[in-house]
Design a protein around this ligand. Structure first.
Ligand SMILES: *Cc1c(COP(=O)(O)O)cnc(C)c1O
Length: 407
């Protein structure tokens, strides 16, 4: 088979763009040959404060000179500080730290199952999930996500997940049975294509869980940590979950995840039931504490909500101006998606030619997940580059239809 790139020592698991970045600053990434790219994908909702944020750099450097790793057989000061802060800012009363989103989900799934086990109902070990969901790439989380493209070839699908269509309340209610432990959902599906659960649906889920004595488990790995203009997306619906997985923006680029829970939901997680060698590592805790310090400063989250409205409005203008390329804009805060009429991969590649970094998603959507520090001038630059991309695509479409007419 023809191979255009040189033999790589790496697993062939990613369809990578042929770009290598050397450094970043704020919203900008610079290649080894000095080209500047405007980054509105933010490492897929990870670089919440942009690249090389001075507060984060300082926190990491200071911790690096003191202590990198001990072990969870000891108390870790940074975990206690970050845990207390997360509890103060959310519904949670207990926190477990890990290193990634999938691990946060693994902990959430185990916590939910173990809760019912400890209550004498070990048969309640199944979670209801939603079509289009993405919860990670471990064996349990690909089963939870239920997408064939991630499951194929990896042997028996782990049992314990029942999937229902997105937005079908009747199917959801019918799926709840004596073996149901809880409902697992992303308030806004990220990989699934920026598909948002309406606030009324989240409220209905909360009521269903209460009615059946089961747990509401939220995956806010992508939509959480300030992205929608509140610290967590579920806050807009005025509800609280029992368990919540977070990661991505939590570390602003340093790998870290966490599972948050009420004391009741976490009551089954006693010594020996779970662990992680690196989870809550002092370096990760130093950076995540710095991220929260910035995000929880007065006015920060309000500014994100404002910017989100601004950007969405600008994108709506773009959609109106280029109906052959774009269909709609969707999403909330700075978690926005452009549903495309042409393959979204073409838009992502075309934008890259104009030195704008976006990322695709399911449902033929191009995602914009910029750092929460984006300025209006940078938004306008992003829009201008998307305009130029759309113009290129329209020219190509016109040339194609001309050729078609001639043939
Ligand atoms: C990215 C993501 C995950 C998985 O996180 P990893 O850090 O890649 O393991 C899980 N859930 C959602 C909603 C995500 O966006």
């Amino acid at each position: 088979m023809a191979q255009s790139t040189p033999a790589s020592p790496l697993y062939n698991t990613y369809a990578r763009a042929d770009l290598v970045f050397e450094r970043g600053e704020g919203m900008w990434l610079y290649t080894t040959d000095g080209e500047a790219f405007l980054d509105v994908m933010g490492g897929v909702a990870v670089n919440a404060l942009g690249h090389a944020h001075p507060v984060l750099v300082e926190a990491l450097k200071a911790q690096a000179e003191k202590l990198w790793h001990t072990s969870n057989v000891f108390r870790v000061a940074g975990q206690e500080k970050l845990g207390a802060r997360l509890i103060e800012a959310t519904f949670a009363e207990k926190v477990f730290f890990c290193n990634s989103g999938a691990e946060a989900l693994e902990c959430a799934i185990k916590t939910a199952r173990r809760y019912h086990f400890a209550k004498g109902q070990p048969e309640r070990n199944r979670l209801i999930t939603f079509e289009g969901a993405f919860h990670g790439r471990t064996l349990a989380t690909i089963a939870a996500g239920g997408q064939e493209k991630y499951l194929e070839g990896f042997g028996p699908k782990m049992d314990g997940f029942d999937q229902v269509p997105f937005g079908d309340h009747a199917a959801l209610e019918a799926a709840i049975g004596p073996a149901t432990a809880g409902i697992l959902i992303e308030p806004i599906q990220g990989e699934g294509g920026i598909r948002q659960m309406p606030a009324s649906c989240l409220k209905a889920l909360r009521e269903l869980c209460d009615k059946h004595g089961i747990l509401l488990v939220l995956d806010e790995v992508q939509c959480g940590m300030g992205r929608t203009g509140k610290l967590f997306a579920h806050e807009w619906a005025g509800i609280t979950p029992d368990i919540m997985a977070i990661a991505k923006s939590l570390g602003g680029g340093f790998p870290v995840g966490a599972c948050l829970a009420t004391a009741e939901a976490a009551s089954g997680m006693v010594p020996g039931t779970h662990g992680s060698t690196y989870g809550g590592n002092p370096l990760a805790m130093a950076v995540a504490n710095a991220v929260l310090e910035v995000m929880l400063a007065p006015g920060f989250l309000d500014s994100v909500a404002m910017k989100g409205l601004q950007l969405k409005q600008k994108l709506a203008g773009l959609v109106d101006a280029h109906p052959a390329v774009f269909e709609t804009v969707r999403g909330s805060g700075l978690m926005l998606g452009l549903k495309c009429r042409v393959p979204s991969t073409e838009v992502v590649a075309g934008a890259r030619d104009h030195k704008l970094l976006t990322v695709g998603a399911g449902d033929n959507v191009v995602r914009l997940l910029p750092a929460l520090i984006i300025t209006e001038a940078e938004m306008d630059q992003a829009i201008a580059r998307l305009e130029a991309t759309a113009v290129d695509i329209e020219a190509k479409l016109a040339a194609q239809s001309k050729k078609g007419a001639a043939a």
